[in-house]
Design a protein around this ligand. Structure first.
Ligand SMILES: [Zn+2]
Length: 270
């Protein structure tokens, strides 16, 4: 009996001498996205929750602006053995930005539009909630437009002297009507005029990763349409809460806000 127990114990210990899971792109820091490579028939959990793995064994994890706790990844292979990885996010320091002269109803919205704002939020949350199996999420992103960066991810905002939610996008100033191109392939989940963000497009890149494009002046694409990388999806505008023509580009991993600058890299000159 004792021998059998020792035998079982020995064999239950062996799979726990875990190898590490492979990271193919990205670094663990606030606002960052990491592409993970596992066996294509493995199961992958992050803090106990299963996340999707593509047919070629790719998965993604990310860190929100203020996320401080490590992510514990466990890959369970087909034979039951496990690999592990602990990702501790590097903390960042964010800038502060003051914007004055915004119309009063855009800083503190009037009572009668609160219902519309709530409805907008619900629809945006839904458009970012898809776990589609398309594979834009694991590929290299490009910039949707080129221009002057006037606002960065994570910045603390004070609008007309009132502290407001941090800025989660990257603002790129460009002439009115400049074509906005898909930074990576995906499916359009929203193309709609919203109270704060004006004409807004949400593009689903798969596995919960999405791009949002704000303040557009026009679009010809439709919800449900598949778009290729670099395809024109809309035009730069100044709709919604905006002080001039620019694109505000955001990236979400479900509810987590990621930094587009970390995902697309440095903006090329030409
Ligand atoms: Zn912005």
């Amino acid at each position: 009996m004792r021998i059998i127990l020792l035998y079982l114990l020995a064999f239950s210990i062996i799979p726990n001498i875990a190898e590490s899971i492979e990271i193919t792109r990205g670094k663990p820091l606030q606002g960052g996205l990491l592409v993970i490579k596992v066996d294509n028939d493995s199961k992958l959990t992050v803090n106990g929750k299963t996340i999707p793995v593509s047919l070629n064994g790719k998965a993604i994890v990310g860190f929100h602006r203020d996320e401080k706790e490590p992510l514990h990844l466990i890959e369970t292979l087909r034979d039951g053995s496990k690999k592990k990885l602990i990702l501790k996010p590097k903390l960042r320091v964010y800038q502060e930005q003051r914007i004055n002269g915004l119309p009063k109803n855009m800083v503190t919205p009037p009572e009668k539009v609160l219902k519309r704002i709530r409805e907008d939020r619900k629809q945006v949350a839904k458009a970012r909630s898809y776990l589609t199996s398309i594979n834009g999420f694991e590929k290299v992103f490009s910039w949707p437009i080129k221009g002057i960066i006037t606002g960065t991810y994570g910045t603390k905002r004070i609008l007309n002297g009132k502290p407001r939610a941090p800025h989660y996008g990257i603002d790129i100033a460009a002439p009115m009507g400049t074509p906005v191109r898909a930074p990576q392939a995906g499916i359009i989940r929203m193309a709609k005029n919203l109270y704060f963000t004006g004409l807004t497009i949400i593009l689903d890149h798969g596995h919960g990763l999405s791009s949002t494009f704000l303040h557009l002046s026009g679009t010809k694409i439709q919800v449900g349409q598949k778009v290729k990388k670099n395809q024109i999806i809309g035009n730069v505008g100044s709709t919604g809460r905006s002080t001039g023509p620019h694109l505000d580009w955001r990236i979400n991993l479900l509810k987590k806000r990621l930094d587009p600058h970390l995902i697309a890299g440095t903006m090329p000159n030409k």
